[in-house]
Design a protein around this ligand. Sequence first.
Ligand code: 7TS
Length: 405
Amino acid sequence: MALNVNVLREEFPILHQEVNNKPLIYLDSAASSQKPRAVMQAMDHYYETANANVHRGAHTLGDRATQSYEAVRDTVATFINAKSRQEIIWTKGTTEAMNLLASGLSQSWQAGDEVIVSRMEHHANIVPWQMAAERTGAIVKVLEINDKGELRMEQLDELISERTKVIAIGHVSNVLGTINPVKEIIAKAKAKGIVTIIDGAQAVPHFKVDVQDLDCDFYAFSSHKLFGPTGLGVLYGKQARLEALPPYQGGGEMIERVSFEGTTFNKLPYKFEAGTPAIAEVVGLGAAIKYLESQDRSAIEAHEQALLKRAEELAADIPGLRVIGEASNKVPVLSFVMDGLHPSDLGTLLDQQGIGIRTGHHCAMPLMEAFKVPGTARASFAFYNTLEEVEALFAGLAKIQRMFT
Ligand code: 7TS
């Protein structure tokens, strides 16, 4: 069944407005997605009927809050097919998940140990490893990419050594849209006892992820890219790996017993959840996932691929436009540069036409280096975008080109 985009757009109130006197065309979902009404309603309902701190017992609102909040842990566990709810840790986002992992895992590193990341990583999956390497004397090694923006898988065997402790790779590139063969990487790493970490921030909004099938040790993503609220993310980890990892932040909730003689830590998942969590946001994420799962996900994928294909066709018709990232397996993200026009000017001129894209280095500076560009313009699509919006983007680009070149 084809997706009825106009009907589901009704569920996204923000899309129905004018920007600069033009109908809004939102093409920046890779930076942050828009939210269906169900998310706002769930959060309102929570604040109107159940708001209290969680895990304190003692009164009814506290119980309601705890119940709503903990129920979403089950929703998330099912969503990514985790073995148990204890394997789902709330974080502030993908960034915090990566910092938690780099900080914890590096505590057992020795000088000369190695971490492998790829050229196309977001800074969130580079800088925490560099910081940990700086502290420990470890080395960050880089899996390079080819001209199409795909991982050079043939390099992986050479990169892996006796000293490799961690391979941390993005499931999907936020700039190129490339879907990486993470299952293959994980299998290779596992055979050598190397810890595998997948940055799934750009994957979960587009296709079904099954962490048991992937067999990764850790998988991270952000709520706000998955049609949920900001300030919340998920770190999945295999139970044994999480048990072995030291806590990240200290404080309330994460302890079993505190005394000045010494403190013992709470069991999973609470060991990693110091302080009052983002309760309403967790409730909102639960609604976002339920919304997404109520849709036909294969119809969503087909629609998104149609958007990407149309964008690629129209991009080929614009002289002087160069697409950055031509992998054979992509989510609907299109990065490009245009002769004679700076990406940031493109962004401003499109905004005047009501079209929102992102421009710049997209927190992937090493990737910009590889393509020898200071930045790109990036249109990123979600299932609520239409073919007409894709066409409007390229009509807009053609107009800008006529005006300025
Ligand atoms: N990893 C990937 C692959 C990302 O795309 C992003 C954010 C992050 C990690 C960090 O996520 P956060 O929620 O912790 O900030 N990417 C983008 C982007 O492409 N444009 O703005 C943010």
